[in-house]
Design a protein around this ligand. Structure first.
Ligand SMILES: Cc1ncc(COP(=O)(O)O)c(C=O)c1O
Length: 391
């Protein structure tokens, strides 16, 4: 256990200083590392000696990034990936065998849904969906083949909140591996391992980078499971680049400060939008009308930077809002310093059937707002002028 506080570890965890005595960790752009003699090379490849060999396996920048995320999440070990989806896929592919069964929350990121429906059936890995708002019926879905439980909280983009403590206890009771995608909350707001998760996944592309620059992914958690994931990643090659690891590790230094400001801004925007005539519903985890408000309060420090609004007029209403913003960006990313609006029904979730979309709360007029770090008055002004055109 590292005794220091979150913010201190985020700033002070660093790769060992080089002979140049640099203050800020340099970028180690090197494909491979050299050995003093043949015996050192042999011992390193035989894993008798722990050291960097080749940047597909480890690199000082990647190691530093992983170590920071482990400290933040309270995890024993971790593995970095080129993207969030590489982390999601690598975690499943490393741990599952043909014939295994996954129990996944129905509300998962679109590409994760694609793994369950299009990729894994090719290898005889089946998935059953459960509703995270209805854990009373969860045990009925467990079969002798079930090996893993997978969920996000808050969900993308429906902002449903899963009771992590309850699911953690169910996973333990049935000896199932619980994997939580903690992308929307970040370790600053929520620690799934403390509630019983075995593994935590991030798309580091989002709030961890925080400025919309690089892609990245990471899985952290139980040592025995991470060993298998690392072995899989070394062989199959979805490694995070040293440049991205360097960028992301620097970003983690400011995660707490940034996320607090994102949350301040989101809270102000929720309050300002609530009464707008063009909006049918506003959803935010820390707003008292959220259906799982009590659970969000129990397991999250603050509500995060994502708000969803359901505008009047369905697909056309949502498109009008998207077209009406003058400052906010129309984009599919989230967790950026720039406020982003996304209409999932016509973009990120357009490949889902209408029934599947509606089952996870993605209505036609739903617009996801990833609240950025601009001054909140300017964000409110831009959204309000765009909404005024819908009345
Ligand atoms: C919840 C969640 N998980 C995983 C991913 C995939 O991450 P990446 O785009 O870095 O592959 C995303 C991307 O939007 C996401 O929102």
């Amino acid at each position: 256990m590292n005794p220091k506080k979150f913010e201190t570890n985020a700033v002070r965890t660093q790769a060992a200083r080089s002979q140049h005595d640099e203050h800020s960790v340099p970028l180690y752009l090197t494909s491979s590392f050299v050995f003093d003699d043949a015996e050192e090379m042999r011992a390193s490849f035989a894993e008798e000696k722990q050291r960097n060999i080749y940047s597909r396996f480890t690199n000082p920048n990647t190691n530093e990034f992983v170590e920071k995320i482990c400290q933040m999440e309270g995890a024993a070990d971790g593995c970095a990936f080129a993207t969030g989806m590489a982390a999601v896929f690598g975690t499943f592919a490393a741990l599952l065998n043909s014939g295994d069964h996954i129990l996944s929350a129905r509300a998962v990121f679109g590409s994760t849904h694609g793994l369950f429906t299009k990729i894994f059936p090719k290898w005889n890995i089946e998935t059953t969906y459960f509703d995270i708002a209805d854990l009373d019926n969860f045990e009925a879905f467990i079969t002798p083949k079930t090996k893993m439980i997978y969920a996000e909280s808050p969900t993308n983009p429906g902002l449903q909140i899963l009771d992590l403590e309850r699911l953690g206890a169910l996973a333990k009771k049935h000896n199932l591996i619980l994997v939580i995608d903690n992308c929307f909350a970040t370790p600053y707001l929520q620690l799934p391992i403390a509630f019983g998760a075995d593994l935590v996944i991030h798309s580091a592309t989002k709030l961890i980078d925080g400025q919309g620059r690089v892609l990245g992914g990471v899985t952290v958690g139980r040592t025995d499971l991470i060993q298998e994931i690392n072995a899989f990643a070394r062989t199959t090659g979805p490694a995070m680049s040293p440049f991205n690891a360097w960028t992301l590790s620097k970003s983690l230094e400011t995660l707490a400060v940034r996320v607090d400001r994102h949350c301040d801004n989101a809270e102000k925007i929720v309050t300002s939008l609530l009464e707008h005539e063009a909006i049918e519903a506003v959803r935010y985890p820390f707003h008292k009308d959220h259906p799982q408000y009590a659970i969000a309060k129990k397991q999250m420090k603050r509500g995060g930077n994502i708000i969803t609004i359901q505008v009047k007029g369905g697909i056309d209403g949502g498109k009008k809002l998207m077209d009406g913003v003058k400052m906010c960006s129309r984009s599919s990313n989230l967790g950026d310093s720039r406020t982003i609006v996304t209409q999932p029904a016509i973009s990120t979730h357009s490949k889902l059937t209408v029934e599947d979309r509606l089952a996870v709360g993605i209505t036609d007029g739903l617009v996801r707002i990833s609240v950025g770090l601009e001054h909140p008055d300017d964000i409110i002004q831009d959204l309000t002028q765009a909404l005024n055109n819908l009345k």
